[in-house]
Design a protein around this ligand. Structure first.
Ligand code: LLP
Length: 385
């Protein structure tokens, strides 16, 4: 089996479990994405929710990316990491007054608004500061992203965004509110999208909406196409950088842009997933009647994706070359869902071996919890070893 390459000798003194980030791969990914986006003048805003490790944020900011935030704390972290406020967008259905005020104080690029009451509050809070808040309307384009139902967001009946049928009314409302400036439309159809035709369908919707509003004399300076490009969890070594070339090319081909219009996107997973692995130590190998279990020191508190979404992460024993056997790889938490995967083919595994749970750089470390009063996992960058 082809395994990832890890500096295993250097891992021996690091307390497990910990996230290991390959800075070289992250840097190559960032350069590639920026280069492909620059071809068309598109502006990528990294979705901070995928991984808000301060060192990773600083590296992404240093490459000229903007940031897509969903909480006041994310806005603050993005500013501290060096993202210019003029490249920060702020989405979320439940922005509190405190969060809105903080973002107004930073003069962020725009608020991606999701409901009428939010627009009214935003208008009021901006007015109190003598400011105009720039707003993009998040539109629910009713496009099926063919992904896991927990992470599909673009279908019409859900808590995110405005329905297309209501949009004319909403646009008129924003235009009537004195402290708001309508600067664009925002879309996000879901996450871990590997079938690019979903994005083509999104383009069709965007074009229809633009035509509809143009006939009413309304133009949008910005179109934000959201995030969602998927990665290869089965084979992380095969094309570790997602196909941003095809992704941007598709939008360039299918989006009918108006004069001077800017395109923004919000990739999260596709930027950081493949550079991260959760490194965990085997505490015990327990042999049952038919199965054997590799009980590891990481659990669902460190990486919740398998338990929460039945997500697959490839697992490798990075300290063994012994003959391959099958194991259920399980954590120590008192929940039967605390299983990383079943019937995993691993090189012969014993107590003390290190396993790498791959493709864990996105929605891994950031979703860790202290359930069972466990410690949070550590984080190490390859550049620090
Ligand atoms: N923009 C918006 C408005 C979003 O809601 C999201 C993700 C993104 C951008 C970034 O999407 P990405 O490029 O990462 O697919 N915890 C789940 C994923 C939740 C995604 C939520 N929204 C998981 O572990 O799979």
């Amino acid at each position: 089996m082809i395994k990832g390459v890890f500096p295993v000798e250097k891992f021996k003194n690091i307390e497990t479990p910990f996230y290991y980030y390959d800075v070289d791969l992250l840097t190559r990914t960032l350069d590639f994405v920026k280069g492909e986006a620059d071809k068309y003048g598109y502006e990528p805003h990294y979705a901070v929710k995928a991984n808000a490790n301060a060192k990773i944020l600083a590296l992404i900011a240093s490459k000229g990316f903007g940031a897509d935030c969903v909480s006041g704390n994310e806005v603050q972290a993005a500013v501290e990491a060096g993202f210019p406020a003029s490249k920060i967008v702020f989405a979320g259905v439940g922005k509190t007054d405190r969060e809105i005020n903080l973002a107004l104080d930073h003069d962020i690029f725009c608020f991606n608004a999701e409901s009428i009451p939010e627009l009214e509050v935003l208008n009021e809070l901006a007015g109190a500061k003598g400011k105009k808040a720039r707003v993009e309307l998040r539109v629910n384009p009713n496009v099926d992203a063919h992904t896991h139902h927990y992470i599909t967001t673009g279908l019409s009946e859900n808590k995110f965004g405005f329905n297309m049928e209501d949009l004319e009314k909403i646009v008129a409302l924003v235009q009537s509110l004195p402290n708001l400036e309508l600067i664009g439309l925002h879309f996000h159809i879901g996450s871990q999208i590997t079938d690019l035709s979903s994005f083509e369908n999104l383009c069709v919707r965007v074009n229809e909406l633009q035509d509809q509003f143009e006939s009413k004399g309304v133009k949008f300076a910005n179109i934000n196409i959201g995030g969602g490009l998927g990665i290869n969890y089965e084979h992380p070594n095969h094309m570790p950088i997602a196909d941003f070339e095809a992704y941007f090319r598709l939008f360039n081909k299918h989006l009918k842009l108006r004069e001077g219009q800017r395109v923004h996107c919000e990739p999260g997973r596709s930027i950081v997933a493949q550079c991260g692995s959760l490194i965990t130590k085997v505490t015990y190998v327990k042999k049952g009647n038919v199965k054997q279990f590799a009980i590891v020191d990481a659990g669902m508190t460190d990486l919740i994706r398998p338990a929460l979404y039945e997500a697959y992460h490839r697992i490798e024993n990075i300290t063994s070359d012994a003959e391959v056997e099958k194991y259920d790889v399980v954590g120590p938490i008192c929940e039967s869902s605390d299983v990383f995967d079943k019937d995993v083919e691993l090189n012969g595994t014993k107590r003390g071996d290190l396993l790498a749970i791959r493709s864990a750089g996105a929605y891994g470390e950031i979703m860790a919890s202290r359930y069972n009063l466990r410690n949070l996992p550590g984080a190490v960058l390859s550049s620090e070893l």
